[in-house]
Design a protein around this ligand. Structure first.
Ligand code: SF4
Ligand code: SF4
Length: 465
């Protein structure tokens, strides 16, 4: 009887139901969210293109933990009406649940590389005028009710724009909390005077530097040629002029998923690298025809690889889903304690502090500390202010308040570190519930804000192949 019963059981647990897309025709299809062998999959069926299975998360335990980090979204101004239904009304339309934590302005589609995995299919393209760029910046700030969060100057390759320094100067003159320059690093490596010029933007500025690993084969696959020496030269030039940077790694199964631990260690050991951002590869643009939807790397898979490859120095439990988009962004902050980085999650129970973490990616480790010190957590059952002070005394210099702005920046540059993992939705892992919370938005020249994933999947014109 027992053997007979087992054969009648399905080999998965039916967990939930959502709406996804057919990756071929991009029509909406119903999708079952199922859990099988410890991973989460979407089972979907398109009337025209048949049944398909897509991996949603490698680690079901992590996936199931994310809803507890959900909190009310932040409103912002919208630009379109609800007409065709999500995801075809971007955007933003009134149905979107989350404001923009990061706004991207692509100042050109031109690029001096032609990466096989470029989500923007960049290559050729024009340069936006200063007038147009300023309109886009002002629109972004206005759409966020005057409170600009992070602005990323992006492309194509933005450093090929003849006025890139003027663009950064303009961005810094606006009320953004932080301005970032997304770059492949070629110009920074080849032109030291450009790296020096970036030094003028220190304080609320970072270079978001593409850096995928150390193996020649990694760069050959992801970028079309070996770029490691160029990346290292770019880092050296930026460090020379004290320009803070975050390394940004696209992670692809079988290519560089064995390098995430080494990337973290290298970044922690290198001055002026403030953090690492990992992005599981998404199948947009030139890559959409080469997808491996069932064996791909996912956010939770990267966390588990970091734990394994750092031999437990960083643990899965150190990473926290970000409340603004909990199932697609995870992060941890670290502080230096006796020359060793310690995740702040081991000092503070961030899970009980969600109301203090605004819907923002601009929230920094030093902000968490500041709020503790200001006694904002005094009502906490977990940690009183006095206790917070005691527990955090390892992480902050006693004279922090009396340091000059430059000294404080230097302290933060040398003693804090951030690891984030941001996952995007393509035609395979698309989940309608999740896309409505996506908080990384493109600002388009016709003044719309479009979520990163739907822009690359549906709304972008993939011109240069
Ligand atoms: S993704 Fe957001 S902005 Fe786009 S259609 Fe859906 S709800 Fe609207
Ligand atoms: S991924 Fe970045 S560096 Fe590579 S082609 Fe696209 S825009 Fe250029």
């Amino acid at each position: 009887m027992e053997a007979q019963k087992k054969t009648r059981d399905r080999d998965y647990v039916f967990h939930n139901l959502t709406v996804s897309l057919c990756p071929t025709c991009l029509n909406r299809v119903m999708a079952k969210v199922i859990i099988k062998d410890g991973s989460v999959y979407l089972l979907k069926r398109c009337e025209e293109h048949g049944e398909m299975t897509s991996l949603l998360e490698e680690d079901a335990e992590y996936y199931l933990s994310t809803p507890q980090y959900n909190k009310p979204g932040t409103k912002c101004k919208v630009q379109t009406e609800i007409k065709f239904g999500c995801p075809f009304d971007c955007g933003l339309c009134p149905d979107h649940e989350q404001h923009g934590c990061i706004g991207l302005i692509e100042v050109t589609n031109f690029c001096d590389l032609k990466c096989p995995n470029c989500y923007a299919s960049s290559g050729v393209g024009d340069f936006l005028t200063m007038g147009k760029i300023e309109k886009m910046m002002d629109f972004l700030i206005d759409s966020e009710e005057g409170e600009g969060e992070i602005l990323q100057i992006s492309g194509g390759e933005p450093t090929t724009h003849p006025k890139v320094l003027d663009i950064l100067r303009l961005a810094k003159s606006k009320s953004f909390k932080c301005v970032m320059l997304n770059t492949n690093g070629l110009r920074i490596a080849e032109d030291e005077s450009f790296a020096k010029a970036l030094g003028e933007f220190r304080g609320g500025f970072e270079v978001y530097l593409q850096f995928d690993g150390f193996k020649e084969s990694t760069y050959e696959d992801l970028r079309g040629k070996d770029l490691l020496a160029i990346k290292k030269k770019a880092i050296q030039n930026l460090a020379k002029y004290k320009v803070p940077m975050t390394l940004v790694a696209t992670v692809k199964k079988g290519i560089n998923d064995d390098e995430v631990g080494d990337i973290v260690k290298f970044a922690m050991d290198t001055k002026f690298i403030r953090g690492v951002n990992f992005q599981p590869i998404a199948f947009f643009g030139r890559l959409s025809s080469t997808a491996d939807p069932v064996t791909r790397v996912t956010l939770s898979g990267i966390i588990n690889r970091i734990e394994k490859q750092t031999k437990g120095e960083l643990k899965k439990s150190d990473f926290v889903p970000l409340p603004c988009h909990p199932d697609k962004i995870a992060l941890t902050y670290l502080f230096k304690e006796k020359d060793k980085y310690i995740p702040i999650t081991r000092k503070i129970d961030v899970r009980n502090k969600l109301s203090l973490i605004n819907n923002t990616m601009a929230f920094r480790a030093e902000d968490l500390l500041k709020e503790s010190l200001l006694g904002l957590w005094s009502a906490s059952t977990v940690m009183s202010s006095a206790k917070a002070l005691k527990e955090l005394s390892c992480c902050i210099p006693l004279n922090l308040g009396s340091l000059t702005q430059d000294e404080r920046m230097e302290y933060v540059d040398e003693n804090t570190f951030r690891i984030s993992i941001v996952s995007f939705l393509d035609g395979y892992n698309f989940d309608l519930k999740s896309i409505k919370q996506e908080c990384i938005h493109f600002v388009t020249p016709d003044l719309k804000k479009i979520p990163f994933s739907t822009y690359n999947l549906i709304h972008r014109e993939h011109g240069a192949k």
